[in-house]
Design a protein around this ligand. Sequence first.
Ligand code: NDP
Length: 487
Amino acid sequence: MTSVSTTTPGADWEYAPAPESRQIVTIQREYGLFIGGESVPPASGEHFTTLNPASEEPLASVAQAGEADVGRAVASAREAFETSWGRLPGRERAKYLYRIARAVQERAREFAVLESLDNGKPIKESRDVDVPLAAAHFFYHAGWADKLGYAGFGPDPRPVGVAGQVIPWNFPLLMAAWKLAPALATGNTCVLKPAETTPLTALLLAEVIAEAGLPPGTVNVITGDGRTGAGLVGHPGIDKVAFTGSTEVGKQIQQTVAGTGKRLTLELGGKAANVIFDDAPIDQAVEGVVNGIFFNQGHVCCAGSRLLLQESVADAVLDRLKRRLATLRLGDPLDKNTDIGAINSRQQLDKIEGLVAAGEAEGAQRWSPPCQLPARGYWFPPTVFSGVSQSHKIAREEIFGPVLSVLTFRTPEEAVAKANNTPYGLSAGIWTEKGSRILWMAGRLRAGVVWANTYNRFDPASPFGGYQESGFGREGGRAGLAAYLDA
Ligand code: NDP
């Protein structure tokens, strides 16, 4: 498969194919569960297939953890907490975390290729964002492990115990790192459930963790579908639940956990506003818009999916945005020049198509650059809706795809009111040359993260999390440690 530019086929300046080799990755035909430091067959006897969404080619058969498997994983994490990992001093835990971080760096190409194969994201994103950030999370938290007594949680903060962690498919390795690194640094043990459509990099990380010599049972990875996730969060043997995913499932989990005494953090959906004022540097802002909504095919909880343009520059910004979108290259995720990869699953593609149809039916104007979609696999072209009003479904619901809804405003007050007119509250972006306006806006936007003159920047030292239906609790930074400590 080759990447195709979204410009007219046959136009000058076509790129030559630049495929990353997949030889570096050995994918097993069948995977077991990672419990007690080794790969074990599922007691359920069931397996499912994980696909390459860019080609629909089956990649591997993966174990479906049933109730007995969840119980085994939780028991193994409990034992490690009581007898080994939970008793190690912070400086010892740090050594293991550094080891994992270095191994992720050493095997970075392998992780990146595997991530792009299983998820469909462009190799330049898995190579330059997902994998380096995953390593950075382990490095960062390794640094905290022996300094917890100085972090403001009292002189001797204790770990919570066994953490049950459920993650989504949009950043499979990175979300695993976001969950595991702080939990391990603070002395907890873990049972991690990756998403059904993207289990492979979590299983490769399990291999790295085994090679790093962590006491068996410190980290357990149980693959499976939503039933496995529900079994894990409902298991009486865990002390803390950490979930990233949809608001709908987050609410179910909150109900399950209510009254059990388990600690809970939820990182859920978003419908972020990216606000461009008339004094913003327009070309820079357009790059920020592209990065905000077309990065990772828009499968990003903090994606800037609502573009708010000040009316006086709306036409000019839209014009430049369309010109820029016509240069994006959609196609083979393993091609190093690809900007837009595949949609992660048939189910997600159906959801995007349904919401886009609703946008058209409600009267918004749909636009995409000329774009040839590959014949096989799950694909959706970069899409912009203009003439969107706040009541439109595409302005209210999380599409989780490469689809941007454009609204306009006249005054800063109107921008704040429109940006905050959402049940979510995860992130926002502000584009203006005035520092005072940035501070004025940031103080009024109800969002956990506000970026100014940039978008989608992540750092392990910076806490990430939301308000309202975007969840609660923070991941990253000193604040992220609190979720895993009994202080
Ligand atoms: P889910 O919230 O269903 O999935 C997230 C994780 O939870 C997966 O590991 C999933 O397993 C698991 N899970 C599913 N049901 C349960 C349950 N009842 N109890 C515990 N765990 C469960 O997201 P989807 O993948 O189904 O995506 C649906 C929509 O959610 C997307 O279209 C998008 O809008 C939004 N979403 C938002 C994300 C975010 O970061 N904000 C991330 C992912 C999705 P399995 O993979 O087997 O379903």
